[in-house]
Write a protein that binds this ligand. Structure first.
Ligand code: BEZ
Length: 256
């Protein structure tokens, strides 16, 4: 493997996200149901993206604040009139403010230090507050990560050095929640095969930049084609791309 240093790289372009990943917030309703936001409550949407679920939460709670680490996504959420600000889950500007914290398909991107993220969630919650979330769990999108890793290995690049996600098992994440002080009401890891709205290349371009940006721009399209062809026999069924998503969904409480 080459000794060159690579960095995690991810551009969040709101229009590209909506086109290739509009299904992500659409599938977030069960997490809203798990949180059960109530009138009078203040809720934090951690990793709110362009705010589709922030808006949904506002149908139930009195106030919702969204945070996201992407300026582009925050600007898209602001255009919807939502109360949002830029913040990283590793360092949240809150202290016992929220009745509930919600997060859908975002925690796996906060991969530098998942324990630190949980301590920030803990600090942001009021005593008696609840934390309802869903993230990629162990084995999530494994076909894709394998194919991307193979493409980099063929180029003498270590894929582990750019792997941008944290996909824990239920056991590992339960231990981390407990270590942070949470009581777990529910936690489940389950397969959720997910049909893409378009071609797998859109998914790879939207989410795979950390892998793709290890090579010069002119070579990225070759990697996308190579990876798509490796995946086709596994994920392309009856004219549809079905991706091997695995979700880790949980509800935890900060004791009163
Ligand atoms: C997910 O929601 O599980 C996910 C989305 C993009 C990249 C990796 C995982």
């Amino acid at each position: 493997m080459s000794g060159k240093k690579y960095f995690h790289h991810q551009n969040w372009i709101a229009e590209r996200y909506s086109l290739n990943a509009g299904f992500v917030p659409e599938l977030g309703q069960p997490v809203v149901d798990l949180l059960k936001p109530q009138t009078g409550e203040l809720i934090l949407d951690l990793g709110c993206g362009e705010g589709t679920l922030t808006e949904k939460l506002l149908e139930f709670a009195t106030s919702v604040i969204g945070v996201d680490n992407s300026l582009n996504q925050i600007e898209a959420a602001k255009k919807k009139g939502l109360l949002v600000c830029m913040a990283d889950g590793h360092s949240l500007p809150f202290q016992e403010n929220f009745d509930g914290i919600f997060s859908n398909a975002a925690l796996h991107w906060m991969s530098s230090d998942p324990n630190a993220v949980l301590l920030e969630v803990w600090r942001a919650l009021k005593k008696g507050g609840r934390f309802a979330a869903e993230m990629g769990g162990q084995g999530n999108v494994a076909s894709i990560t394998n194919a991307l890793s193979n493409a980099l290995k063929r180029r003498n690049i270590d894929p582990d050095s750019v792997f941008p996600w944290y996909f824990p098992s239920s056991q590992t994440y339960s231990a981390q929640l407990k270590k942070a002080g949470f009581l777990i009401s529910y936690i489940e890891l389950f397969n959720r095969p997910t049909e893409l709205p378009g071609d797998i290349s859109g998914w790879l371009e939207t989410f795979g930049e950390s892998f793709l940006f290890t090579v010069p721009s002119e070579e990225r399209a070759y990697i996308v084609t190579e990876v798509a062809e490796e995946l086709r026999p596994h994920l392309f069924k009856k004219g549809k791309w079905i991706v091997d998503y695995v979700r880790l969904r949980f509800l935890a409480e900060k004791p009163a």
